[in-house]
Design a protein around this ligand. Structure first.
Ligand code: IPE
Ligand code: IPE
Ligand code: MG
Length: 237
């Protein structure tokens, strides 16, 4: 039988890491315990994607809407970023290029510094691109692109009628990357929640009931297998 390994190569995947809170609640634990386990799963699945030969994977870690949560929870999540997503992840010895998507200017300057360093240190890597979406929203991303192009129009270097889809894509945080082939959402929710709105135009949506902190390499295999069964027509027949 074919293994997902045989067709994972070159794929671009988006992952909405969801269900941390429910996982903790099921165990009578504080929500932050779910985020902590979720961060560990993120590390393992990111490494597994690289092992599979995935070309790019985008993890949705914190949305522009997540600031609505209690201050204590937001603070705990930010602390986990520094700890797990950055300091605790052995990026240096792996052939992974790291990119953060979203408006980092709202984050702790120390965290911003770490993010900038990681991007710079890994910029020359030739393997998988690992995108981590932090303070990210698809709509703000599109507004940002529109503003950048409008600025060029205002300066007289661009004509409105010359704006193309490719130019818009090049002004997204994911500039130069392939659009996601599929977007995976665990925890049973069936919505994008402002994730990769521009890039998701023809992405397959794969939703799974497993909560993110319980998500395993086998679950990713299952998601890739499910994606591979889909018939992508891109408007054709
Ligand atoms: C996803 O898990 C993590 C973030 C959004 C930061 P949730 O915290 O949304 O978990 P549920 O949806 O409440 O279970
Ligand atoms: C989406 O999950 C954001 C992240 C996973 C970072 P949410 O749990 O915030 O989304 P909603 O509120 O269920 O739409
Ligand atoms: Mg959620």
């Amino acid at each position: 039988m074919e293994h997902p390994k045989d067709f994972a190569k070159g794929l671009s995947i988006g992952i909405i890491m969801d269900g941390n809170g429910r996982w903790a609640k099921q165990r009578g634990l504080p929500r932050t315990a779910g985020h902590k386990k979720g961060a560990a799963v993120f590390q393992d699945i990111a490494n597994y994607c690289e092992e599979l030969g995935v070309s790019s994977v985008t993890f949705y870690a914190f949305s522009t809407e997540n600031w609505k949560r209690p201050l204590e929870e937001v603070g705990a999540i930010m602390k986990l970023f520094a700890q797990y997503l950055i300091e605790g992840f052995d990026y240096k010895n792996r052939n992974i290029r790291i990119k953060f998507l979203g408006d980092r200017t709202a984050l702790d300057p120390k965290l911003q510094k770490l993010m900038n360093e990681l991007e710079e240190d890994s910029a020359a890597k030739t393997g998988m691109t690992l995108n981590i979406a932090v303070n990210y929203g698809g709509r703000p991303e599109i507004v940002r692109a529109a503003r950048q192009l409008a600025q060029q129009v205002a300066e007289g270097t661009l004509k409105p009628e010359d704006i193309t889809e490719e130019m818009m894509s090049d002004h997204m945080y994911t500039a130069g990357q392939k659009d996601p082939d599929f977007i995976l959402r665990p925890s049973g929710e069936k919505r994008l929640s402002n994730f990769m709105l521009w890039q998701a135009a023809y992405a397959e949506l794969v939703e799974m009931d497993v909560l993110w902190p319980d998500f395993t390499r086998d679950d990713l295999d299952a998601a890739i297998t499910e994606f591979n069964k889909r018939s992508r027509r891109f408007g054709g027949i």
